[in-house]
Design a protein. Sequence first.
Length: 179
Amino acid sequence: MEPETITVLDHSEWTPDPEAVHRILADLVAGGAALGWVDPPSADEVAELLDEVLSQARAGDAALRVAHLGGRLVGVGYWRRYARPTHRPHADLEKVAVDAAAHGRGIGRALTAALVADAAAAGIEVLTLDARGDNTRALALYRSLGFTEYGRLPDFVAVGERRYDKVFHMNDLRTRGGQ
């Protein structure tokens, strides 16, 4: 049996499916994933977020990528350009989320690499991101794609009584051309 093919689409190639994105995000957060929510986001919250990112992507101020495996949506990621006029040459990779059932198949790598390439093509100079310190797989992925750690806030992320470091990474697309 041949392995299923991963297909990564940009916002212009994708017919928005807020329900499928909500399913991925809500399931991951319910399982403890570090995506910025303590409780799973509502379907309306995810739909509103997608509308915002898609609008920004159409204006050239963001990039949105989705991944399909065997025809099923299994991943989503996006970056957004910083709004401050003095920070406009830069963007923040805000989310990369892969359905837990599809972990370990290279989907996060494919999404992140496509988003880095989109940032370079859009003239982004520095692409930043932050991740929870216990998210070791994601941190290793980012390092392998040219990101370097530039700071850490110890015990900054609060999930109930638990505390985690907030780890900052950057990919200087001016000097490395991305990865």
